[in-house]
Design a protein around this ligand. Structure first.
Ligand code: AMP
Length: 561
């Protein structure tokens, strides 16, 4: 089974293709969104998602989030004293998603199409691929997030050429992409964005408004209090879209503070953020050589596009209503699942030509005459360069280098070095050429590389028209099997917590957090329910555990409100 995965900065999702179209697979807690948060405790137990997030205020040094931002860099995260690279943390998220999908589908998930931001360069894409491999998933194809959104909206099915702008405001990142559907080819024309702008900034504005009204300084709050303040601000931010005002409360030292914030106040405070949003929109249009009015459709993705402040702003800007028929959190994962179905060549989906970029250079070996009569062989001649939009087809003409040369051998290589010995050998072809003085005969070497990593090499002798052809299935510079196996083993002492206990673990972690946040009678009441739940867990009776968990959950919900 091939699945589609949206490995997001704040949340990740996994989807598959059914007879009724693409569908999100619920995680172990029955939820569609799995927070891209990882926690590792002192014993090396790994927590992923909601539970890891809950551990944030309890054990801040054991938790990592927004690591997608550092994907492909050497940054290391230290969790409970252990070091991890961004792709390793991502592999934990992918492992949890894979396990949940396997449980849900009742079959093994071996392969995934993973979405990546359109601006992700080669290094970041490779790191993403490695994350998949470390999670035991084959990742042959990636899809850019805006392309996935367009695919999910079925836009590739349009009969006339269309231009769309995909507006993606996530938790911590903002991406704008201009796409064009032209003769059945869907191409990303321009991308722009801000890696440090997202829904969290809107939360921060809310938190600051609260502090300002309550006459408090952020620096006066402890780390845990700050986490709590942001949690309350996040809630208020979500509520304000449907209300003219919200009342936000916050436990400071011994007091519960309350402040009312109006929609208008909040909108004014967000003005600067809206200005920041305008810039990448303008830039992407300018790069694509288009005006605002040239855009036929605006698609919204990313959770923060639910903010009515953002929607109102876009309606004013484009003078049209954006397309929002799909859930903005789920669009990319659904698109990735459709792409997975295309890869499986499912009949239900029409194969469209999606473009991508080639993440490495493909070329051949040539002999270079560096001085009259002096030759250096083993030099690399690029034919399809890294970051070329694919599918792509390029031709290079090569000449004979010796008198009476009777054949030309075309070696096919992949890599970035000037010297073929440093690049990866993929195969070779040989064609016969009529004998003659050097340089009198030539061959056209055509490389055609497609989105399925298939490289077609065609060599044509210019004078005789003789053709030879071969097809090479791409290697894509993956980590070697041994390297992956070695790192997987190194990471395998870390056990992702078994999924069947997840609900209990989450409730307990949340209860522990809430216990720290409350005082007096409320704390006593909580303690009572926690103790009862722990007792039920010790006894191990299923029904009792469920009952005690539900009671504790009710108390937690009450408290959270
Ligand atoms: P994503 O990275 O796409 O999952 O987006 C997460 C961001 O969306 C977070 O900043 C959330 O606060 C924000 N978000 C999710 N739901 C809502 C909502 N109903 N109203 C406002 N913001 C939301």
């Amino acid at each position: 089974m091939i699945v589609g995965i949206d490995l997001g900065t704040t949340n990740s999702l996994i989807a598959y293709f059914t007879e009724d179209g693409p569908k999100i697979i619920p995680n172990r807690l029955g939820k569609h969104l799995t927070p891209s948060v990882v926690s590792v405790d002192e014993e090396g137990n790994v927590y992923v998602g909601e539970t890891a997030k809950e551990r944030m205020s309890l054990y801040p040094n054991s938790v990592a989030e927004t690591f997608k931002r550092s994907m492909g860099t050497d940054r290391e995260y230290i969790l409970s004293g252990r070091h991890y690279k961004p792709e390793e943390l991502s592999s934990f998220v992918l492992r949890a998603l894979k396990e949940d999908a396997e449980h849900y589908l009742g079959e093994e998930v071996t392969e995934a199409v993973i979405s990546v931001p359109a601006y992700f360069d080669d290094k970041r894409r490779k790191a993403t691929k490695r994350a998949g491999e470390l999670a035991g998933l084959k990742v042959e194809r990636m899809i850019s997030e805006p392309t996935a959104a367009a695919v999910a909206y079925g836009l590739y099915d349009k009969t006339r050429d269309t231009r769309f702008l995909v507006f993606d405001l996530g938790g911590g990142t903002f991406d704008v992409s201009v796409l064009e559907l032209y003769h059945n080819i869907l191409e990303v024309r321009a991308v722009a964005g801000d890696n440090y702008l997202g829904g969290e900034d809107f939360t921060e504005v809310m938190a600051k408004l609260f502090l300002q009204k309550a006459k408090l300084q952020l620096s006066a709050l402890t780390e845990k209090e700050q986490v709590r303040l942001y949690r309350q601000a996040e809630k208020a931010k979500r509520e304000i879209s449907d209300n003219t005002e919200v009342t936000m409360s916050f436990l400071y030292r011994e007091d519960t503070m309350e402040q009312t914030i109006t929609y208008k106040e909040y909108e004014e405070a967000c003005e600067e953020l809206l200005m920041k949003i305008r810039e990448p929109v303008k830039k992407s249009l300018a790069d694509a050589g288009l005006k605002l009015t040239d855009i036929d459709e605006v698609l919204l993705i990313g959770g923060a596009t639910r903010l009515s402040i953002v929607r109102d702003f876009l309606i004013r800007l484009f003078r049209k209503f954006p397309d929002t028929k799909l859930n903005p959190d789920e669009t990319v994962a659904l698109g990735a699942a459709i792409q997975a179905a295309m890869k499986e060549r499912r009949e239900e989906v029409k194969e469209v030509i999606l473009t991508d970029v080639c993440s490495f250079t493909l070329g051949t070996e040539v002999v270079v005459e560096y001085e009259e009569g002096k030759y250096e062989d083993g030099r690399f001649c690029p034919i399809i360069e890294r970051n070329t939009v694919i599918p792509a087809s390029h031709t290079e003409r090569l000449y004979t280098v010796r008198d009476n040369q009777s054949s030309v051998r075309v070696r096919v290589l992949q890599g970035e070095s000037r010297f073929t010995r440093n690049n990866l050998y993929l195969g070779e072809l040989e064609v016969e050429v009529p004998k003659g003085p050097k340089g009198s005969e030539s061959v056209d070497v055509t490389y055609t590389y497609d989105i399925n990593s298939l490289l077609e090499v065609e060599v044509t002798v210019v004078s005789t028209g003789l053709k030879r052809k071969m097809i090479i299935k791409g290697q894509d510079n993956q980590m070697s099997e041994e390297e992956i196996a070695k790192r997987m083993e190194e990471l395998s002492y870390l056990k992702i917590q078994p999924r069947d206990q997840e609900e209990n673990r989450l409730v307990l972690t949340r209860a522990e957090r809430m216990y720290e946040e409350t005082l007096g009678d409320r704390r006593k009441k909580l303690d009572h329910y926690i103790t009862a739940f722990e007792a039920a867990l010790k006894k191990g009776n299923h029904d009792e555990i469920r009952e005690a968990r539900e009671s504790l959950n009710e108390v937690l919900e009450e408290e959270e409100d």
